[in-house]
Design a protein around this ligand. Structure first.
Ligand SMILES: NC(=O)c1ccc[n+]([C@@H]2O[C@H](COP(=O)([O-])OP(=O)(O)OC[C@H]3O[C@@H](n4cnc5c(N)ncnc54)[C@H](OP(=O)(O)O)[C@@H]3O)[C@@H](O)[C@H]2O)c1
Length: 266
């Protein structure tokens, strides 16, 4: 599968799981001009060892950025740090990947409280909302510098300027009757449905800037969140995600699709 992403890209929650694999494959599959801002909560901590190792394997290609997506001050500091490094190029691609699921395993209503709802919303919805808002000037800068004539005429693409929100099929309202019993997760499901609406709103709002916004389901993936019984390896999911991202254009902004490019009903 071909990957034609380039420019400056930022991935949230990139110290493990799908986020780490995204950074790995972006580093391996993009050209010399591409630069990856790999963000995580504790760049110096033990949980970021694999990311630091990856960064040393690709000298000059990965910058590790401290970013807690549930903390507004942390988002501000990360935007400042990226802005200082990025120069005139702007940010071409923001991948909102970081997310949490609380209570940790599928839990009945009786075991789910306000704290779970608030924490999950802060990370899964408010974080991506603030990230898009605060990175907008850098995304606009990238969109303005891009000349569609040099890139087969598409006005919008992940090469030009885009936000990808990593969603999940279990956020689909239409599919809820068939998926609820296997994953009864009130905070997680409803937060991702809100993320879908955020995707849709920002796609409309940012169309005037030629910034594409799309929600993508990565499949059921074997990670800490997906669990060991998940059928899909992170490597295969990310291969599909990057191939899909490479092919997105005007018609895909505001859409909800999966890692193989199939559309998912809202
Ligand atoms: N795995 C699946 O089957 C599946 C299915 C559908 C959708 N998804 C979505 O795919 C994305 C990645 O999932 P995953 O399976 O890779 O999950 P994961 O293994 O649990 O990894 C989650 C990542 O998000 C980070 N994170 C959590 N809260 C954060 C915060 N406040 N600030 C910054 N980073 C934070 C974690 O960092 P720490 O190490 O610091 O906690 C970790 O790097 C998520 O959006 C998830 O909803 C996954």
């Amino acid at each position: 599968m071909s990957v034609t992403l380039e420019g400056n890209m930022l991935v949230t929650g990139s110290n493990r799981g799908i986020g780490l694999e995204l950074v790995k494959q972006l580093a391996e599959r993009t050209g010399a001009e591409a630069h990856i801002y790999a963000s995580c909560r504790e760049p110096e901590g033990t949980r970021a060892e694999a990311l630091r190792e990856l960064s040393t394997q690709h000298p000059g290609k990965i910058t590790i950025i401290k970013l807690d997506t549930s903390d507004e001050d942390s988002i501000c500091a990360a935007v400042r740090a990226v802005n200082e490094e990025i120069g005139a190029g702007g940010l071409n691609l923001l991948i909102n990947n970081a997310a949490i699921n609380k209570p940790a395993r599928p839990a009945p209503l009786s075991a789910t409280g306000k704290k779970d709802m608030m924490e999950v919303y802060e990370t899964n919805v408010v974080g991506p909302f603030l990230l898009a808002k605060m990175f907008l000037p850098l995304l606009q800068r990238a969109a303005e510098r891009f000349s569609p004539e040099d890139h087969e005429g598409d006005m919008m693409s992940c090469r030009r300027s885009a936000i990808i929100n990593i969603s999940t099929v279990i956020s689909s309202v239409k599919k809820c009757p068939e998926t609820f019993s296997m994953a009864p997760m009130y905070p997680y499901r409803t937060s991702k449905t809100a993320l879908n609406m955020l995707t849709r709103c920002q796609a409309e709002d940012f169309r005037k800037h030629n910034i594409l916004v799309t929600a993508i389901h990565p499949g059921w993936v074997c990670t800490d969140m997906g669990g060991e019984q998940a059928p899909l390896a992170a490597q295969d999911s990310v291969l599909g995600l990057l191939s899909v991202m490479s092919s997105l254009s005007n018609k895909d902004s505001g859409m909800f699709i999966d890692w193989q490019g199939n559309s998912i009903p809202w």
